[in-house]
Write a protein that binds this ligand. Structure first.
Ligand code: TH1
Length: 839
């Protein structure tokens, strides 16, 4: 797909450096060399995995030169740097992405073919680092790609979970979780940096002491100390020499043995400390958008934040920068409130460890941080009980009290003593029990607060953070999410990439706005024909995957109607399944019905403790079982649940979709990013006026988007006037039939108790208003079916969707962060060879 660049062509005659050359012969030689010297194998003994590793090291060698150069230039220039703090980074497999960004995909493919190997098979061998739950973690990964591609000095800081998000199996229709042993066969993309380990304290108490100048300072005497070891992964930009760093921290015991215990003969006891310390970074909490007040989670958050800030201070000292310039050297972004303890930790480091006074320390802190809010759902808003907080972070609680006291003084100064307002703004929630409110800490400690789509940012200011908006409106802004076209178009959909590039060149990969130029072809029959052919081939590919993983055979000529995302009530996978049941009933009632054949594809994980979400998975599989084996239905309707949705498994999905399901209750989905990946790949969206759907519809044109459902205002008004879901059920025969079938055991071998909790919830409470949105959704789906029958119209709509998605590149989003929040400039990196002109 990509032509070689940055380096000269390999003529096969001149001798390229085995570690940097990108000619086919050099790549083959380097690959075999790595097979021998890294894996200790020769071809006759090598497994597929050995070949994958040899290729990964071959690619890594080509990254390292850029990585080392980048670090040298950043150090030499003392560049202003973005530090992106996130408890989750859902990077996906590295190999394919690095091949694309290096621009060597085609050469490597050829080299492998010449060695009688299949690059696709080797790519499939990579275990992806699933260090995130869903959209929030994947957004962080897209942003790292764009930051590197835009040549912005960046450090991503996070946690090196030993076990990432669980692997999902489906057994008897239920989700079963399996631990994700991603490090089992080694990770060729990371380099441990034990020389930059830091200590992190926990628990204990504080005391006052006099410093050398005779002034009182606070000292923290911890109960335990844990070591943080950084593991670095290079993040290469697209066709640039910039390779930034993702620095993930692993917890270790400061001493692997407790020698006192050892000498007492308690060998097993001696290893205890090692075990408990290492538990800290053992596993990712698999909850998307619901927090559990678990001690270990707060420990994880504080651990990686403290490691990150200490690391930044080390970098400043090494570059001989005074600490007063911390906010000039680093722009630190808080990816939701998970790293919000950073506000108190930076204060502690400046005050206690570097003896700065409160006022300058606070000014530096506020100028350093930006806070991104990703959700309005109340169950996701983190608050920690004072009991837990004070036992774990006693010094931070003192600092938070001081921040709060000073902040509330300012509030009083501005608004007078309005106790209601003060209670609502306080960093401490005293409503029932006492809690530290992390979003409040993040707001007060940051100079900018952003939501992730226009509607979400508006709602933040009008509802969840209204009091903060009234107090400092200038801090608030919106930056609509984006996704990287490198992974989500070029890597995932090579055929579409080639078609677009053959028409308009490849500039669009770096400047997605340019993809607009394919609009002139939207009605060109030849182009439409190729467009359709590519979609069909992508659907055939997914049909093969579905057959392989689920045993269900689907028709690639049917309409591929896809909903892939975490399973959540607010995302309403169960509304989609009500549509499936409705279609099923329509065919059963009229076996000769000429309907548009559809394949409904679902995928996504449920949090292991989220009972209703797991029941929704069971319902999807139960409906699938009945529908798929019903001979009356035939190829007109299929329902499939693809297990173990992750980045790797998602890549073939987006390019194969005709219809993208974005059907959350209005006001609940902050942005969504899957909606963008689908539309860029030419899927049409059926969706509500929620999150980024609104902006996607504005961009692609209302006539190219299937809109239905309540608006955010409707939802609020209906709630206020008294929402009675059962009335919709009683008054709508189709809906009643579908619900009654679920309740009667039609899909559960006569078991009436299985889905009762779900049915009762829908009829009595229906917190996400499926009953109200049911008929508008069904009607809109009918429109979809009609439109699909007009092939030319559909193709034109599909092409226009891709053409008009330029805004949703993460490059645009990152440019906005750079200008509005981080005030940071690109720092281009040249390779030494380029500088001397002998490359
Ligand atoms: C998601 C939002 O639900 C989604 O709408 C948005 O596109 C995405 O973030 C990126 O901005 C969130 N994921 C999480 C995960 C946790 C807590 C809150 C959110 S919001 C653990």
């Amino acid at each position: 797909i990509q032509e070689p660049q940055l380096q000269g062509q390999d003529t096969g005659m001149q001798c390229e450096d085995d570690r940097t050359g990108i000619g086919v012969e050099t790549l083959k030689r380097a690959f075999l060399d790595n097979l021998f010297y890294v894996q200790g194998k020769f071809p006759a003994l090598a497994t597929k995995h050995d070949y994958y590793m040899a290729l990964a090291y071959t690619v890594r060698d080509r990254l390292l030169q850029r990585w080392v150069n980048t670090a040298a230039i950043y150090t030499q220039e003392g560049s202003r740097t973005v530090a992106y703090l996130s408890a989750e980074f859902l990077m996906g497999p590295h190999l394919g992405n690095n091949l694309i960004n290096l621009g060597i995909y085609n050469q490597v493919q050829q080299a492998m073919t010449e060695l009688k190997l299949d690059l696709k098979e080797l790519l499939a061998k990579e275990e992806e680092p699933g260090l995130g739950n869903g959209g929030l973690g994947r957004l962080a990964a897209c942003y790292l790609d764009s930051l590197a591609s835009l040549e912005i000095p960046t450090l991503g800081y996070g946690i090196r979970y030993e076990f990432g998000i669980f692997d999902q199996l489906i057994r008897n229709g239920w989700q079963v979780e399996k631990t994700d042993k991603w490090l089992r066969y080694g990770n060729p993309w990371e380099i441990a940096r034990p020389e930059w380990a830091v200590s992190v304290k926990f628990g204990g108490r504080t005391e006052a002491h006099k410093n050398a100048q005779g002034r009182y300072r606070v000292r923290w005497i911890p109960h335990k100390v844990v070591l943080g070891i950084p593991y670095d992964t290079p993040i290469l930009g697209y066709k640039v020499n910039t390779a930034n760093t993702l620095r993930l921290w692993k917890a270790e015991a400061p001493e692997s043995f407790d020698f006192e215990a050892f000498n007492r003969g308690n060998y097993y006891g001696a290893v205890d400390q090692k075990v408990t310390s290492e538990n800290l970074t053992k596993v990712l909490y698999p909850n998307d958008e619901t927090y559990e007040g678990k001690q270990l989670r707060l420990e994880q958050q504080y651990f990686f934040v403290s490691c990150a800030l200490q690391d930044m201070l080390r970098i400043m000292l090494r570059q001989k920068l005074p600490l007063e310039q911390f906010h000039e050297k680093f722009a630190v972004q808080l990816n939701d409130t998970h790293p919000a303890i950073a506000v108190a930790e930076l204060m502690r480091l400046l005050l206690d460890e570097h003896e700065m006074d409160w006022e300058p320390a606070w000014e530096i802190t506020q100028k350093t941080f930006g806070y991104t809010n990703h959700t309005l759902l109340p169950e996701a808003l983190e608050k920690w009980s004072l009991k837990l907080f004070s036992s774990l972070l006693p010094r931070h609680l003192e600092i938070i009290y001081e921040i709060n006291w000073r902040f509330l003084e300012q509030v009083r100064h501005k608004f007078g003593t309005d106790e209601g307002r003060i209670g609502r703004l306080s960093l401490i929630d005293e409503n029932d029990g006492k809690f530290v409110r992390m979003a409040h800490l993040a707001c007060v400690g940051s100079h900018k607060i952003n939501g992730v789509a226009a509607l979400h940012s508006e709602l933040l200011q009008k509802t969840t953070l209204l009091d903060f908006y009234e107090f400092f409106p200038e801090k608030f802004t919106n930056i609509t999410n984006g996704v990287t076209p490198r992974r989500w178009i070029v890597l995932s959909n090579p055929k579409l990439t080639n078609l677009i590039t053959s028409c308009i060149g490849d500039n669009w990969i770096k400047h997605l706005e340019d993809v607009q130029r394919i609009e002139t072809y939207a009605e060109d029959p030849g182009f439409q024909q190729e467009w359709q052919q590519i979609k069909r081939e992508n659907k055939v590919n997914v049909a093969e995957i579905l057959l392989d993983r689920t045993g269900v055979k689907v028709d690639p000529d049917s309409l591929f109607d896809i909903q892939v995302k975490r399973i959540h009530q607010y995302k309403r996978q169960h509304l989609n399944i009500l549509h499936a049941i409705t279609l099923y009933n329509q065919i059963k009632q009229n076996p000769n019905l000429d309907i548009t054949p559809r394949t409904l594809i679902f995928a996504g994980k449920a949090a292991p403790g989220y009972y209703i979400a797991k029941l929704i998975i069971k319902l999807i599989n139960s409906v699938a079982e009945v529908v798929n084996k019903d001979r009356d239905i035939g190829d007109r309707l299929k329902v499939v649940f693809l297990p173990d949705y992750n980045v790797k498994n998602s890549q073939p999905i987006y390019p194969a979709a005709d219809l993208s399901e974005q059907i959350s209750t209005a006001g609940k989905e902050a942005s969504g990013t899957g909606n963008m990946k689908f539309a860029m790949n030419g899927a049409l969206t059926i969706g509500t006026l929620d999150g980024a759907n609104i902006e996607i519809r504005n961009a692609v044109g209302a006539e190219n988007f299937f809109l239905f459902g309540l608006t955010t205002e409707d939802v609020g008004a209906l709630r206020l006037t008294g929402y009675r879901p059962r009335e919709y059920y009683e008054q709508n025969p189709q809906l009643k039939q579908a619900i009654d079938q679920i309740a009667s055991g039609y899909f559960s071998h006569g078991d009436r108790s299985l889905f009762k909790p779900l049915v009762d919830l829908l009829l009595d409470k229906d917190p996400f208003m499926l009953m109200a949105d049911y008929q508008p959704y069904i009607d809109c789906q009918q429109q979809v079916s009609q439109t699909y029958r007009d092939r030319d119209r559909w193709l034109q709509m599909s092409i226009l969707n891709t053409a008009r998605m330029g805004k949703f590149s993460s490059d645009r989003a990152i440019r906005e962060y750079c200008q509005q929040i981080w005030k940071v400039q690109p720092v281009p990196v040249q390779l030494a060879a380029e500088k001397t002109g002998d490359g």
